[in-house]
Design a protein. Structure first.
Length: 290
């Protein structure tokens, strides 16, 4: 890595990349871009890459309309690009993987990115539940790998969970904290464990809320209102599940069930809704109609 491309602790990397340009990946790219980084998103095909470009452009428009960024759209988009070529990550100092929560896909994607990265570059996963230490064992440079778990919607969320694997270089903790601060967000640092802190707690509440709907205790709306008004949650657990995606929540619950036991067993209502294609906001129907 040249001197001009060296990672400077305390500053957001000048060049960064995101693998996967879906809702989460585009949100991560937007956060990096509007905080001053030059960003490339790599997708699996041209159509997906173009869709990612449009998502980020739309998000930039919203930020400009709200007056939360100082640069013009032209200035911002000059620092943003999309591609289908992993080689575009060669100059990146930080690459964040944001592909679906499928173990084999995560591993193959991370390995492909690592092959083109500079030896000093940092690779991170946006996984919300999979073992960071386990993923690191599949990589050639596990010390340069950690979890950076963003929350949906990324532009509005103020939290990033920094997940430290067993082999993560300790100096990456301070570096990651500074990057999160540069993004205008707050870091919580957790050691690698199933579901980390946020997913484990969030899924536990959501699964119990689903069981309450299943048992006829109350409607989804009233259960959510109880948490919003009684416990000051910004969004209830069932509406949050719709936003995250019922299929995503099911995958996390199955993993936590396998690793932590029966208290995370997915309720039948969740399995049935996913089988019926009721995935939440992205499908138009979940616990709510969208």
């Amino acid at each position: 890595m040249s001197a001009t491309n060296e990672i400077v602790m305390g500053q957001l990397p000048k060049y960064s990349g995101v693998l996967g340009g879906g809702r989460m990946g585009a949100g991560i790219a937007h956060a990096l871009l509007t905080s001053g980084s030059t960003v490339v998103v790599v997708e699996r095909d041209e159509a997906s890459a173009q869709a990612a470009y449009e998502r980020v452009a739309e998000s930039v428009d919203k930020s400009i309309a709200r007056g939360v960024v100082c640069e013009s759209k032209d200035e911002l988009m000059q620092r943003f690009s999309v591609s289908t070529d992993y080689e575009q990550f060669a100059t990146a100092q930080l690459v964040i993987e944001a592909v679906p929560e499928i173990w084999d896909l995560k591993v193959s994607s991370l390995q492909a990115v690592e092959q083109v990265l500079d030896a000093e570059a940092v690779l991170a996963s946006n996984t919300s539940s999979l073992s960071v230490s386990g993923l690191a064992k599949e990589l050639a440079r596990p010390g340069k790998f950690l979890g950076l778990h963003f929350f949906n919607p990324v532009p509005a969320s103020t939290l990033i969970e920094v997940v430290i694997g067993e082999q993560t270089d300790k100096n990456l903790v301070d570096a990651s904290r500074s990057w999160v601060q540069a993004l205008g967000k707050t870091a919580v640092v957790v050691n690698d464990a199933p579901g980390f802190a946020s997913s484990r707690l969030g899924v536990a509440i959501a699964l119990e809320a689903m069981r309450m709907v299943e048992e006829g205790v109350a409607s989804a709306e009233d259960i959510d209102n109880a948490m919003v008004l009684g416990y000051k949650h910004p969004t209830g657990p069932l509406k949050t599940t719709d936003i995250v995606g019922l299929d995503v929540r099911l995958g996390i619950a199955e993993y936590l069930h396998e690793t932590l036991g029966d208290r995370f067993a997915p309720p039948q209502i969740l399995r049935d809704m996913v089988a019926e294609g009721k995935l939440g906001r992205k499908s138009g129907q979940g616990f709510y109609s969208w």
